[in-house]
Design a protein around this ligand. Structure first.
Ligand SMILES: NC(=O)c1ccc[n+]([C@@H]2O[C@H](COP(=O)([O-])OP(=O)(O)OC[C@H]3O[C@@H](n4cnc5c(N)ncnc54)[C@H](OP(=O)(O)O)[C@@H]3O)[C@@H](O)[C@H]2O)c1
Length: 305
């Protein structure tokens, strides 16, 4: 009999794609959401992590939890209040579920598969970063450390943390932010352009969550990005080439990005060159391992103007 999976943040980019894949694969899917939006084939339970509210029925019959919920990191400026929300939407939310599990020791949950991010390593130049590399110390790194620490508070459960690179898809706002100026003929690299950006196609990160759910020997942290991280300039060039656009505009200097974005500029200026050896050794195979494969798939059918 197929299992029941409870997804937090199931209404987001990765959550929607994972829900579809799980339903196609015969799983029963529950969502924990702050909204009551109906999703075909899915039981949606309401929670309000900020108010410590959760529908206690959400864990009934559940064997695994996928924790994707979290305030969007790049949506708004990082005020102190915003920073608190970014962290607590990831940490207090999973703790709310763990408290519920403790109150119901008869529960059947065995595994927690959680999102994390390559931002845990901070700004590291050309260093090759494995899961045993030390974490960084900027806000993104602190967020990821707190997030992973909260997820690790699970008692007696298998925990997997997927340190995800930028997810590329035609629905992903990250790629839209990168390709919009290119489409307008004004694309350029950011800062030195030499910063490494680990990336992963949406289909691969979705498949990786399923892989982590189904491979019950998998535990701990895994870098979730392709074997071919790109520098910002190479990624921008690849996007331009797939859209038949030329890049003529000068690079946007790092100091201007720092003035405009403040600390948030770390999202685009940090250099993180991750290795995915650990997840490949565990048997995961990427469908889109090169940027050409990924962009060809994403832009298929899209005509440049
Ligand atoms: N996409 C990427 O490139 C990328 C890269 C690295 C890591 N990640 C991480 O992977 C996870 C999933 O990514 P995604 O791109 O699918 O995210 P997403 O599209 O922004 O969706 C996240 C979901 O989290 C829920 N949420 C938002 N704010 C919340 C809050 N304050 N409290 C509780 N829930 C909240 C929302 O669900 P409801 O509105 O239904 O409650 C939302 O649909 C995120 O934690 C993200 O940081 C993503």
């Amino acid at each position: 009999m197929k299992k029941t999976i409870l997804i937090t943040g199931g209404s987001g980019l990765i959550g929607k794609s994972l829900t579809e894949l799980l339903l196609q694969s015969g799983y029963e899917v529950f969502h924990l959401s702050r909204n009551h939006r109906a999703i075909p084939g899915v039981k949606v339970f309401r929670w309000a992590p900020e108010e410590n509210e959760i529908d206690t029925a959400c864990i009934q019959g559940v064997q695994a939890i996928v924790h994707l919920a979290g305030e969007n990191i790049g949506a708004r400026p990082w005020t102190n209040d915003r920073k608190k929300k970014i962290i607590e939407s990831r940490t207090q939310s999973i703790r709310l579920i763990y408290n519920l599990l403790e109150k119901h020791p008869e529960h059947q949950v065995q595994s927690v598969i959680s999102a994390s991010a390559v931002g845990i390593y901070g700004d590291r130049g050309d260093e090759i970063l494995t899961e045993t590399s030390s974490p960084g110390s900027d806000f993104l790194a602190i967020t990821c450390k707190e997030w992973e620490r909260a997820v690790d508070e699970a008692k007696g459960l298998r925990v997997v943390k997927l340190r995800t690179g930028v997810v590329l898809s035609n629905a992903a706002s990250a790629l839209q932010k990168m390709d919009k100026p290119v489409k307008l003929g004004m694309g350029s690299s950011l800062g030195s352009g030499k910063q490494w950006m680990p990336w992963i196609h949406l289909d691969d990160i979705t498949a990786l969550y399923l892989f982590a759910l189904e491979n019950e020997t998998l535990t701990g942290a895994f870098n979730a990005a392709t074997s071919n991280p790109l520098t910002n300039i190479d990624l921008t060039r690849a996007i331009a080439s797939h859209l038949n656009k030329s890049l003529w505009a000068p690079a946007v200097p790092a100091f201007i990005l720092r003035v405009i974005l403040g600390h948030m500029s770390a999202i685009v200026l940090n250099s993180t060159k991750t290795s995915n050896g650990k997840i490949k050794e565990a048997g995961f195979r990427f469908k889109f391992d090169t940027i050409d494969q990924a962009l060809k798939n994403i832009y298929a059918g899209e005509k440049s103007s």
